[in-house]
Design a protein. Structure first.
Length: 495
């Protein structure tokens, strides 16, 4: 077992990870609102918590990973105003809201597979858990921390704050939130502008609606994660994750809902990844400055110099610590592309290394320390850039061995190979794209074989039968089937 330390947003410090019911770990991560194509901003939390999921399992925990799909209730404005984002898109496209949700859920899954993000253990949809959300609202009402207003139900933040502190996660103080409720008297359903919707009465034109004791309507956005987290992970679970932009109001409201319904907090560790920015501004749909993942993969966007492969995107995100900001630029992505290719070349080079009777002292020292150095980096709040740096340090040794400037024993070679593969593929989740998308490699490969066969043809023309036969036999050893025809030699690769 490794001693994993993670940064807990709730306490604003790094803490030793101790599960509530070891070896079981419950982890909930906020997934996408499915009304548009996934973009780079969606990739970062998906990859961040994929790394955590992979690592927790690797160090021996049995992880139940829940990542939700928001397909109702997320309004255009955090102040519980505006259209439901999915329903607005459905009207524009003249489709059913669930057609929009399904289409973009499929698109999200396709992008996650391309990025080699493992699927969660459970992927609940908000629309599939209306009953659980209604039950949550009833509990909060019964405990006196909510009120009904014209068929909608709102959380009474001021009353809650008198007994519990509203703002424990974000550091905000309710007194600092400007209260315009007096100015808005008679024009708003809320007692206080800080109050948030638990249930919204549907307007006549609203398509997505369900019956409830208060009105035909739909749940507030914040309810779904509290209700579904409790359903699948229990009243108390270990980790809740998401992007830093969700700290307030979404996660702050989740904490308030949990405490108001059950008397205490549900989550032990809150983890948040930082944002992807463009010229210092957050990338997001609402700002209109996003680049979809498909556009990255195809290069079809005016700000892109070229296409960038899924593994280049993954490497780009892992090259920065998850709590640091990452500013998009073509230069940064090109650097990530070179870094990824360098790592894949090192994997290939390892296969060509020939073991010696013994390792030289420097090589043995590096190999002996490499695995734990990578573990130490992961244990320190998932320091993936440091893991990559350690692997790059090992590539220097690999190159020295191939240049006959260093030696490695069979045992050390196995340890180096195992460590390299473990962290590169299993834990960082990278994969070699060259075998899956290698049209350029195949073209170059074919040209080389044709050149060798051209040399063989010249040898035959010169009646140099020994060279001709040797080329044929060597190619046959490597699985090439050569056939001589009246139009020249043809080839195919059998293995």
């Amino acid at each position: 077992m490794q001693n994993l330390i993670i940064y807990n947003t709730l306490h604003r410090q790094k803490e030793l990870f101790k599960p509530i019911n070891a070896p079981h770990v419950g982890m909930y991560v906020c997934g996408p609102t499915v009304y548009g194509d996934p973009h780079l901003g969606h990739a970062r939390p998906a990859i961040t918590f994929d790394i955590l999921f992979r690592y927790l399992q690797h160090i021996g925990y049995k992880v139940r990973y829940v990542r939700n799909i928001t397909d109702v209730g997320h309004l255009e404005h955090d102040a519980d105003e505006g259209d439901d984002k999915i329903e607005k898109k459905a009207r524009l496209e003249q489709l059913e809201p669930m057609e929009i949700a399904q289409y973009y859920t499929n698109r999200y899954h396709d992008a996650m597979r391309a990025l080699n993000v493992l699927p969660p253990s459970i992927e609940p949809h908000a629309t599939g858990h209306i009953i659980e959300q209604e039950q949550l609202v009833k509990e909060i009402l019964n405990n006196g921390y909510a009120y009904e207003s014209n068929g909608s139900v709102y959380f009474d933040v001021e009353k809650y704050d008198k007994k519990y502190h509203y703002g424990v996660l974000s550091g905000r103080n309710l007194r600092d939130i400007v209260n315009k409720s007096r100015e808005l008297a008679g024009t708003t359903e809320k007692h206080n502008q800080a109050d948030f919707a638990l249930w919204k009465k549907a307007m006549p034109e609203h398509i997505m609606r369900w019956p409830s004791p208060w009105s035909d309507g739909f749940p507030g956005w914040h309810c779904e994660c509290t209700a579904m987290g409790r359903k699948y992970l229990g009243n108390h679970f270990d980790i809740h994750g998401g992007g830093m932009d969700l700290v307030f109001p979404h996660h702050e409201c989740e904490i308030a809902q949990a405490v108001a319904s059950q008397g205490d907090q549900m989550v032990k560790y809150w983890m948040h990844n930082n944002m992807i920015t463009i010229n210092g501004q957050k990338m997001g749909k609402s700002l209109g400055n996003f680049i979809t993942l498909e556009q990255f993969f195809t290069g079809n966007h005016p700000t892109l110099d070229q296409a960038y492969s899924p593994m280049t995107i993954r490497f780009f995100i892992l090259s920065a610590h998850y709590r640091g900001t990452v500013d998009f630029s073509n230069e940064a992505l090109k650097a990530a592309e070179k870094g990824y290719q360098r790592l894949m070349s090192a994997v290939d080079d390892l296969k060509r290394v020939q073991a010696s009777d013994a390792s030289d002292a420097k090589t043995h020292e590096l190999v002996a320390a490499l695995r734990q150095k990578c573990y130490d980096a992961m244990n320190d709040d998932l320091q993936t850039p440091l893991v990559i740096s350690n692997l790059f340090e090992a590539t220097h040794v690999i190159n020295s061995i191939l240049d006959h400037k260093a030696q490695i024993s069979a045992d050390d070679l196995k340890e180096l190979t195992d460590t390299f593969n473990l962290f590169t593929f299993d834990l960082l989740g990278l994969k070699d794209e060259r075998s899956a998308n290698n049209s350029k490699r195949e073209e170059a490969f074919g040209k080389v074989v044709d050149m060798v066969l051209d040399l063989r043809a010249k040898a035959k023309a010169a009646k140099d039968w020994a060279t001709s036969d040797r080329i044929r036999d060597e190619l046959a050893k490597d699985g090439f089937e050569i056939k001589d025809t009246k139009d020249g030699a043809t080839w195919k690769l059998n293995s």
